[in-house]
Write a protein that binds this ligand. Structure first.
Ligand code: UDP
Ligand code: MG
Length: 319
């Protein structure tokens, strides 16, 4: 049994094409014997205010292969995905975006790999010809920045992946609130493989990740998985301390062993600005981690489900 999990945020236009494409794909795999007839496609409406949920309900009324979860408020891509993961009943679970930018056909390769005992199959974008230069530049910069900070990521793999039931169960044991799935999954272990595809243009609608959100996502990725920035602060502090010892020696030497001890403004002002800048930067970095700890300590639920499509009468059921 296969579960396909699709987070949707304001995807009313994209779903027009996405729902039949995924449904046809799954039907063909059932025919082929790669997926069982009980397989499901779960759409998670991440608090959209457009017709996204209506589209999902209409599709569910026609075919119960299509299921829907409506979150009570926008919980963000990662949490929406998790809501789908928690609801999925399949033995192999595939996550894919709602905009068909990721090649649906390579899901077949994922299923074949799963047959051969692979637990985690990463969908990797080989070319980004259709992305604008800006998107490509920022997105690839994102992966390089992550690597620099020691975050274990699969290059050019986002959230298009297949996971076996046991790998997903392992992932669901991670109870942290600051979810960064693509940094967590490589930590799970298990047998992995990659499937490659060319990233296409969005079928409809706009990207939900403008630069501002991408930057926030990058900071989130680092602070939720890497201690490297704090280590840098420590090393910087140590370096500056050693440097200040040298400067101290120099000042003492000037003061007591030479006639050159003129009160200089430069030697006062420069360290003052440099050091206060450094201090603020370091405080900022520590603050970022404190914010993460704050979030974890509050232990808030990651999302609230408002509705789930019901299998018995085909209509949306308010929980
Ligand atoms: N998404 C979501 N909640 C959000 C933002 C995005 O569920 O708050 C979904 C969105 O509907 C899409 C996927 O996450 O299915 C990826 O978003 P998008 O395609 O806009 O990102 P991009 O491909 O441009 O990086
Ligand atoms: Mg997209």
């Amino acid at each position: 049994m296969v579960s396909i999990v699709v987070p949707c945020y304001f995807e009313e236009d994209a779903l027009v094409q996405t729902i039949p494409t995924l449904a046809n794909f799954l039907a063909a795999r059932v025919e082929e014997g790669l997926a069982s007839p009980q397989s499901e496609i779960i759409f998670i409406d991440d608090g959209s205010a457009d017709g996204t949920w209506d589209r999902i309900c209409a599709a569910h009324a026609k075919s119960h292969v299509i299921k829907g979860i409506r979150l009570a408020a926008n919980a963000g891509h990662q949490n929406a995905l998790l809501a789908g993961y928690e609801q999925a009943r399949g033995q192999f679970i595939i996550s894919i975006d709602a905009d068909l930018q990721d090649d649906v056909e390579v899901m077949r390769d994922m299923l074949v790999d799963a047959r051969n005992g692979v637990d985690i199959v990463y969908g990797v974008r080989e070319a980004r010809n259709t992305d604008t230069f800006f998107k490509r530049f920022t997105a690839e910069g994102f992966y390089k920045l992550m690597a620099l900070f020691g975050v274990d990521l699969v290059f050019n793999h986002a959230d298009y992946r297949g996971m076996s039931r046991r790998a997903l169960n392992a992932l669901l044991q991670y109870r942290e609130k600051s979810l960064f799935l693509r940094g967590l999954v490589p930590k799970l272990g298990f047998r992995t493989s990659k499937v490659f595809y060319n990233r296409k243009e969005r079928s409809a609608g706009e990207t939900k990740y403008p630069l501002r959100k991408m930057l926030a996502f990058a900071i989130h990725g680092i602070t939720s998985t890497s201690f490297v920035p704090l280590r840098i602060v420590t090393l910087l502090g140590l370096g500056l301390f050693l440097f200040s010892m040298v400067v101290l020696g120099w000042i003492i030497w000037i003061k007591f062993f030479t006639e050159r001890a003129i009160p200089g403004w430069a030697s006062t002002l420069i360290p003052q600005t440099v050091f206060s800048g450094m201090q603020l930067l370091c405080l900022g970095i520590i603050g970022e981690y404190m914010a993460v700890i704050f979030n974890e300590v509050k232990d808030r639920p990651r999302f609230h489900v408002a509705e789930i499509t019901d299998d018995t009468d085909g209509s949306a059921n308010t929980v």
